[in-house]
Design a protein around this ligand. Structure first.
Ligand SMILES: NC(=O)c1ccc[n+]([C@@H]2O[C@H](COP(=O)([O-])OP(=O)(O)OC[C@H]3O[C@@H](n4cnc5c(N)ncnc54)[C@H](O)[C@@H]3O)[C@@H](O)[C@H]2O)c1
Length: 351
């Protein structure tokens, strides 16, 4: 599969390196509103610097557009690529508004192309091992889960995180555990949320002052159709603390995935009344986050004529949850979620 990156900012190097490391994938090139960024990326990783998105879409040698733009541009870039007959893998969130996410699904259907979306950390060894233990009944019937997305003050490392502060921590990072938990426990039906801004005065690395445009601290309670209840915390204020990752609580015990981002995260099992003890991954894990795994799955799924795992339909459901969190936090009421999706298959080595 030949891929072009649209958006050559902070995360693009990791994608380009992952594509370069995969024999099934080839980097056709990159484009960015800031042409110098695309140029620097292709000098480092190969391929050509396209003048703009239209030039990417006009290249018959590009099968798939990898959308690494800021969240505010995800919809327009993905919509243009799908309409031009390209497969799309989008960074998260798939779109900011659920209606836009649905429109992307329609466009993919109309043009007979695939729509794939981050987050894809579910495909890593540690989350797959967690999921397998849940499916196999290691903790009995699951009734509750806690998810932590405490991402600290991202302006301490990101050159310009204002686009991420504009969408807030649930959209930027809460989306990771939400994707894993909805894969495991199915669709959410009701959301209640609280949001506030804990630290309104921020500064970029160069000292430029800014105020987060969205709340920087959110707590949400989500009820799944299956009956599982989730408490999610997302924050751009609290750093990684004692509470981290995902805890899954069942009648017979609990599982704790320490870090939902890393394929090699520690995973612990506690039988009811006992101590937490580490359990091994199903196979030797990738070290860190494998940015290429969903792209390889997409390429093979197209070849094999099967659904790809990081499906747009699932991502659209997660976008509906994100919208419900925002709406509930602003009006104080419970917000219904209505969309459905087919859960992804576990990885072959995790069945
Ligand atoms: N930075 C990270 O660690 C990280 C990790 C995981 C996921 N992501 C996701 O990746 C995406 C990009 O994040 P980032 O941190 O690289 O942001 P960034 O701001 O560093 O880079 C985004 C790039 O997109 C370009 N861009 C914006 N609109 C465009 C358009 N219409 N056409 C072409 N280029 C356009 C910008 O000029 C910029 O260079 C976001 O969706 C983010 O949620 C980032």
């Amino acid at each position: 599969m030949r891929l072009a990156l649209v958006g050559a900012g902070n995360v693009a190097d990791r994608y380009a390196a992952a594509i370069g490391a995969e024999p099934d994938l080839e980097l056709a090139g990159a484009t960015d509103l800031d042409g110098a960024r695309a140029q620097a990326l292709v000098v480092e990783h190969g391929g050509r610097a396209y003048a703009d998105l239209d030039a990417v879409l006009a290249d018959d040698g590009v099968d798939t557009v990898v959308n690494l733009t800021v969240p505010q541009a995800h919809f327009e870039v993905a919509a243009a690529a799908l309409a031009a007959g390209k497969h799309v893998h989008s960074e998260k969130p798939l779109a900011l508004a659920y209606e836009d996410a649905r429109r992307l699904l329609e466009l993919a259907g109309e043009h007979g192309v695939r729509l794939s979306s981050a987050p894809t950390t579910l495909l890593g060894e540690a989350p797959q091992t967690l999921w397998k233990h849940v499916r196999d009944g290691a903790v009995g019937t699951v009734r509750a889960a806690y998810a932590e997305a405490n991402w600290d003050r991202i302006e301490r490392w990101h050159p310009d995180p204002r686009s991420l502060y504009a969408v807030g921590p649930t959209v930027d990072v809460g989306v990771y555990p939400l994707t894993i938990l909805t894969a495991m426990f199915g669709p959410v039906r009701l959301v209640r949320a609280y949001a506030t801004t804990l630290e309104p005065e921020r500064a970029l690395l160069d000292g430029t002052a800014f105020t987060p445009a969205a709340p920087d601290f959110i707590v949400a309670v989500l009820e799944h159709e299956s009956g599982v209840v989730i408490r999610l915390t997302a924050s751009f204020y609290v750093g990684r603390g004692k509470q981290s990752g995902i805890e899954v609580h069942g009648d017979e015990g609990s599982l704790h995935l320490r870090d939902w981002m890393q394929a090699d995260s520690p995973l612990e099992l506690q039988r009811r009344g006992g101590e937490y003890a580490e359990i091994p991954p199903l196979r030797e894990p990738f070290k860190g986050t494998d940015w290429g795994r969903a792209l390889v799955d997409l390429a093979r799924a197209i070849d094999e004529g099967r659904p790809h795992r990081a499906a747009g339909e699932h991502a659209a459901h997660v976008v509906e949850i994100l919208n419900a969190v925002e709406s509930s936090a602003s009006d104080g009421g419970a917000t219904a979620v209505t969309s459905a999706f087919t859960a992804p298959e576990p990885m072959d080595w995790a069945r």
